[in-house]
Design a binder for this molecule. Structure first.
Ligand SMILES: NC(=O)c1ccc[n+]([C@@H]2O[C@H](COP(=O)([O-])OP(=O)(O)OC[C@H]3O[C@@H](n4cnc5c(N)ncnc54)[C@H](OP(=O)(O)O)[C@@H]3O)[C@@H](O)[C@H]2O)c1
Length: 267
């Protein structure tokens, strides 16, 4: 069933909200997520310096500086990005905490200043892709209105392409975000996202089921992992079903609640 393009309030989310970026009600979002994000990333990290020193030609460097496909994901030390048993009441399922990623995402809800650089880059892309389970708790047919977890003004301020097997009309939101529902696969979603992003980056937001497909297809340029010190033992796991990859570590930063590692995906 297609749902009409109506606005409906998302399920009420209590004061304990949220893993602000991956789940967030706009009224509760910190300013960095409600402000229009910085556009046009400028990469001046170790990899860029390495390329420059190696005389990497301008075209290659330019390709990687513009229009990259990047991916941020918070994972437990055993590789899970969400637990089993996702529900509307516990969107992250059995996540070792309250079901709202209070432990997984403590690194930016409790120590955002320490992780400012990593947080700021998350929304710098110009188009976004996510799986339907990240978009919301509705499974199967769209049997009720759902506009995402982020309230009327989501923090993306750009097109967001939601992978699903269930067709639905686009959902425009305040602040420049429009959710487009893509039923013809990951490559189609990426083509549309690239067109929308122009020379900006496309960010694959998650969850792991979606990211794993892009990794397996060799379509991710840069993987930015935020590894937190807990194990879940079960759930949705990064790299599940993904063939062996060659990764080049281009950046790392150890903070009190998380270790950030950025990999360039070579093949
Ligand atoms: N730790 C983090 O940083 C992080 C980040 C993002 C999300 N999350 C969490 O991860 C969980 C969601 O992740 P997930 O891995 O379970 O699911 P997901 O990747 O968000 O969504 C999977 C669903 O998307 C649709 N889909 C995916 N690929 C498709 C394709 N090629 N064609 C058509 N439809 C496709 C299917 O839905 P239908 O068949 O129902 O249409 C599929 O069941 C949530 O708990 C979320 O909170 C965590």
């Amino acid at each position: 069933m297609l749902i009409p393009n109506e606005r409906a309030a998302p399920a009420p989310v209590g004061p304990k909200i949220l893993g602000e970026l991956w789940f967030g009600a706009s009224h509760n979002l910190p300013r960095f997520l409600t402000a229009v994000p910085h556009r046009g990333p400028v990469r001046r990290d170790a990899a860029w310096e390495h390329d420059r020193e190696q005389g990497d030609d301008a075209m290659n460097r330019d390709r990687r500086d513009n229009g990259r496909v990047i991916c941020n994901l918070t994972i437990s030390a055993d590789g899970y990005s969400a637990g089993l048993n996702q529900t509307e009441e516990r969107p992250f399922g059995d996540d070792g905490g309250d079901g709202w990623a209070d432990k997984l995402h403590a690194w930016y809800s409790e120590s955002s200043e320490e992780n400012r650089e990593e947080i700021d880059q998350i929304l710098a892309a110009k188009a976004f892709i996510m799986g339907r389970n990240m978009f919301g708790p509705v499974r199967g047919e769209w049997d009720r209105p759902w506009i995402g977890w982020w309230g009327d003004n989501p923090p993306y301020h750009a097109p967001v392409f939601v992978l699903t097997h269930h067709a639905r009309e686009p959902q425009p939101m305040e602040g420049g975000t429009t959710f487009h529902f893509v039923t013809d696969g990951i490559e189609s979603a990426l083509t549309r996202a690239r067109e929308a992003a122009g020379d900006g980056d496309v960010a694959i937001m998650g969850g792991a089921t979606t990211i794993n497909q892009y990794l397996a297809a060799g379509l991710i340029d840069e993987l930015r992992l935020h590894i937190v010190p807990l194990t879940l033992g079960a759930g949705t796991r990064l790299f599940e079903g993904v063939p062996p990859l060659k990764l080049e570590q281009v950046k790392s930063h150890s903070a009190s609640l998380v270790t950030h590692v950025t990999y360039r995906v070579l093949s």
